[in-house]
Design a protein around this ligand. Structure first.
Ligand SMILES: [Zn+2]
Length: 55
């Protein structure tokens, strides 16, 4: 398992906010919410996960 490869998470296009806690284990971090604010994707400032809206 690579700790340096951010995951890409598909999110329903109707969702405006996503929650990230980094998952379990070493990559975990405090739960944070991110708003898409009209953009098609948002990345987590803690773990680098990329949340991408799907159609
Ligand atoms: Zn995260």
């Amino acid at each position: 398992m690579s700790a340096n490869t951010p995951e890409t998470i598909s999110v329903d296009s109707k969702v405006d906010e996503v929650k990230c806690d980094g998952g379990h284990g070493a990559m975990g971090h405090p739960t944070v919410w991110y708003s898409f604010e009209g953009q098609a994707h948002v990345s987590c400032g803690y773990c680098g996960r990329l949340f991408v809206k799907t159609n």
